[in-house]
Design a protein around this ligand. Structure first.
Ligand code: CIR
Length: 254
């Protein structure tokens, strides 16, 4: 939860063609850029260094850098996104990351995307999804086990893009979750705070140093979190949301 560095990538103009489950219209690239700038400022305000990579026009979804890698203190693991159009994003990121990590490992089988991985203080939770398959989880398990972690394999709820679409870490022991995900019992060892009914889209909040980066427009859940003592920074997320992206997707944190 304590991070010195974040990596972001500017939204491309081609972000209008980003993958989405349901077409609610294309994101506006200019507005996306202004939201993205607020996101970067919020990271910087915590004292972190933010490495801002240039847009990649060949990759409409490349603003969602989280899916390309898993960053741990021992090293970084380059993912193999399950979306064919996103595989090359991981290759691009692999050229940047060796500068920041002692060890660089590659997922060598199956597929996994960072959005399906929640790292807590005691374990690494990985949800199988349309993007992360059994072989990918097994390959990831081999690497993180070598580094001393416990990996627990779970199932992302049907129809949900990523495991973390429906949850986020608030502190060492506390997870913000949708009801549909928590109902599976997967967080029974944690404190769980549920997002308000109808506000499911804010579950993908992310703890970064002393603040929770939280999408604007979910007032019931926001005030519940403030009542629990969390400091929220609300960032407009309307454009990313049109292509199924949220707060965690927009950065790699280490
Ligand atoms: C995709 O479908 O891959 C992108 N449009 C959204 C990725 C969101 N990433 C994330 O939740 N980690």
């Amino acid at each position: 939860l304590s991070f010195a560095t974040a990596i972001t990538r500017a939204p491309s103009l081609t972000v209008t063609g980003g993958l989405r489950a349901i077409d609610q219209g294309a994101p506006d690239p200019d507005l996306f850029r202004s939201h993205h700038a607020m996101y970067i400022s919020a990271l910087q305000a915590t004292g972190a260094e933010v490495i801002q990579l240039p847009a990649l026009e060949n990759y409409p979804d490349s603003v969602f850098v989280e899916d390309t890698a898993l960053c741990l203190p021992e090293g970084v693991i380059i993912m193999r996104p399950g979306a064919p159009s996103r595989l090359g994003e991981a290759v691009e990121m692999a050229t940047i990351l060796p500068e920041y990590f002692r060890q660089v490992r590659y997922l060598d089988a199956g597929h996994a995307e960072g959005g399906d991985i929640l790292v807590t203080s005691r374990e690494i939770l990985v949800g199988r999804s349309g993007r992360t398959d059994k072989r990918g989880v097994a390959a990831l398990r081999d690497i993180v086990t070598e580094w001393g972690y416990q990996l627990r394999e779970l199932q992302t709820p049907p129809g949900v893009l990523h495991f973390k679409t429906d949850c986020g870490l608030l502190d060492e022991d506390t997870i913000l979750s949708t009801h549909r995900l928590a109902a599976s019992g997967c967080f029974s060892d944690y404190n769980v705070l549920l997002v308000a009914e109808g506000e499911e889209a804010c579950a993908n909040a992310v703890r970064f140093n002393d603040v929770i980066l939280f999408p604007a427009g979910f007032p019931t859940t926001a005030s519940m979190l403030r009542d629990h003592g969390y400091t929220l920074v609300e960032i407009p997320n309307t454009e990313a949301a049109k292509i199924d992206g949220g707060m965690s997707c927009l950065s790699l944190r280490f």
